[in-house]
Write a protein that binds this ligand. Structure first.
Ligand code: NAI
Length: 258
């Protein structure tokens, strides 16, 4: 399904990124793995980069080969980490890497952003999300202080803003056939699941009771492979929930349907 495609995967050392890198390679892609940590079982070529750091991203973009057909932005930090780091990795660094790499991507390339069910409240956070549209690395600390973005809130905010940014870029690179979508998983059993449970407390326990099971990386990776494939070429600027039905459950409850 992905023969002849070169796909850059960030966050490839663990969890969803590692599973996605392995599946993309199994589907025939030439994978380029990127992470701050070296993967135990690297898939394809490995490039170390710190996606919270502008100069590290500049070095990465200069080092990556031209002509990649896909970018899977999967690297992310959980809400137990400092707010500034979460916003840098999950949002500012992701956006910077993408916009810097687009000129080097092939026409027709696919960009997939790992958002989250945690971002579903983006419409209620409109003002802060709008205020973040041009947020640079050096402004993140003051932005978090100014908008009272705590550790716990930083994760939600980063994913809300990422979903909006994905939708906003529905046609940015349309002339070159480059498209961007996001995936919003519900809770997935990876090393950071415990961080969400710690942060969300009772709400996470409630979610876990509502769900039949948490997701696994193997539930998410095939959706990334599909969005990287030519069969999904007309899916643009969309946020795709992959969550065992949780998003529909929230929508139905909110609007009074059973
Ligand atoms: P994970 O912790 O297993 O993997 C995250 C990867 O990102 C790690 O390999 C880590 O080294 C890398 N990373 C972190 N900071 C980095 C930096 N500064 N530079 C480069 N790489 C960095 O977590 P998981 O669960 O696989 O998360 C992947 C993505 O999925 C994240 O964006 C997360 O927010 C999202 N997600 C996860 C859910 C879950 O329940 N596990 C639910 C919804 C979304």
């Amino acid at each position: 399904m992905l023969q002849g495609k070169t796909i850059v995967v960030t966050g490839a050392a663990s969890g969803i990124g590692a599973a996605s890198a392995a599946l993309l390679a199994a589907c025939g892609a030439d994978v380029i793995s990127v992470d701050i940590n070296e993967p135990d079982r690297p898939v394809g070529r490995f490039f170390r980069a710190d996606l919270s750091d502008k100069s590290s991203i500049d070095e990465l973009v200069a080092a990556l080969p031209a002509g990649a057909n896909g970018l899977a932005n999967i690297a992310g930090l959980p809400p137990t980490r400092p707010a500034e780091a979460v916003v840098k990795v999950n949002l500012v660094g992701l956006k910077y890497l993408t916009t810097q790499l687009v000129p080097k991507l092939s026409d027709g390339a696919s960009v997939v952003n790992l958002a989250s069910l945690a971002g579903l409240g983006w419409a209620d956070a409109k003002d802060v999300v709008m205020a973040s549209s041009d947020l640079g690395f050096d402004d993140v600390a003051a932005f978090c202080r100014g908008h009272k973005i705590s550790e716990a809130r930083s994760y939600f905010f980063s994913k809300e803003a990422l979903i909006v940014w994905t939708m906003q870029n529905r046609w940015t690179w349309r002339a070159r056939g480059i498209r961007m979508n996001s995936i919003s998983p519900g809770p997935v059993d990876t090393p950071i699941l415990k961080d969400f449970i710690e942060t969300l407390g009772a709400r996470a326990e409630e979610d876990m009771k509502t769900m039949d099971r948490p997701g696994t990386p193997a539930d998410i990776a095939p959706v990334i492979a599909f969005l990287m494939s030519d069969g999904s070429a007309w899916i643009r600027g969309t946020n795709l929930p992959v969550d065992g039905g949780m998003f529909s459950n929230v929508l139905c409850s909110t609007h009074g349907f059973n």
